[in-house]
Design a protein around this ligand. Structure first.
Ligand SMILES: Nc1ncnc2c1ncn2[C@@H]1O[C@H](COP(=O)(O)OP(=O)(O)OP(=O)(O)O)[C@@H](O)[C@H]1O
Ligand SMILES: [Mg+2]
Length: 246
């Protein structure tokens, strides 16, 4: 049984159909979700993570439908995500962001609320996550004043705090310089080797091709191709969808 199955999901925003009968599965792999601007990639993540309820269709996680559950319950089941536009908790340090992730994912905004979670065990877990994401040197820095590449790693560390089985990364390489992109690729590979299943939205085809075992391509709300990176690269529909975009 695949870890995640999206079954015939459609989504409308008013009169705009952002997803059209989308079906896909994610297994023990790094799955790439690519496609031009406005294809519906983030909308699909919002549906999987409970931020949106699909107009039609189902999301099956570990064999059970979850499309009706709110984000905090989805998190409890082991699905974590990062955001395309980074949203570290602005008033908190890097370590506090991770502690907030351990204590109450997505809700702690204020230092006072994080305090109860500063237990010895949680600080120990946070240290491990900061090490894993190479953020030890930024532990006490205010998260929102750091360069974008570091902020993206804070988001990943915070997402990892819930010990996810499935991690959704929404354009984690956007805005990164080459060295940061390489470090990010190594981190993603490392997480996958530790048994975390990953779905990666990526705009940069080359980055996706180098990391993913399988790729699903969305364009204008529809899946136009799926397969191995090498097949996707040569797929005419995919090439056409990207023309004029890069
Ligand atoms: N909250 C919303 N209300 C109305 N329309 C929306 C909303 N969110 C997304 N859309 C529209 O739905 C479509 C899909 O958007 P989505 O953000 O999912 O695309 P995307 O593939 O993530 O694009 P990008 O690569 O630019 O991030 C777009 O036409 C977008 O304008
Ligand atoms: Mg998006």
């Amino acid at each position: 049984m695949p870890i995640l199955e999206v079954e015939r999901v459609s989504h409308w925003f008013g009169g705009l159909q952002a997803l059209k009968d989308v079906s896909l599965y994610a297994d023990r792999e790094i799955l790439g979700l690519i496609g031009p601007n406005g294809a519906g990639k983030t909308t699909l993540f919002n549906i999987i993570s409970g931020f949106l309820t699909p107009t039609h269709g189902k999301v099956i996680y570990l064999g059970k439908p979850v499309q009706h559950l709110p984000p905090h319950q989805i998190v409890r089941l082991g699905i974590a995500r990062t955001f395309q536009i980074v949203k570290p908790f602005a008033n908190l340090t890097v370590e506090e962001n991770v502690l907030a992730g351990i204590g109450m994912p997505y809700y702690a905004q204020f230092r006072g609320l994080v305090a109860p979670y500063r237990t010895t065990a949680n600080v120990h877990t946070a240290s491990h996550l900061l090490e894993l994401t190479d953020l030890q040197n930024y532990r006490n820095a205010p998260a929102n004043r750091l360069p974008i590449g570091i902020q993206r790693r804070v988001e990943i560390a915070r997402a990892l705090a819930i010990k996810p089985k499935l991690l959704l990364l929404d354009e984690p390489a956007a805005g990164l310089v080459a060295k940061e992109t390489l470090e990010l690729a190594n981190l993603i590979k490392n997480l996958h080797q530790q048994g975390i299943n990953i779905i990666l939205i990526e705009h940069n085809m080359r980055f996706a091709m180098s990391l993913c075992q399988r790729i699903v391509v969305l364009a204008q709300g529809e899946i136009i191709a799926q397969g191995q990176p090498i097949e996707i690269q040569a797929n005419e529909k995919v090439i056409n969808a990207y023309l004029g975009q890069e």
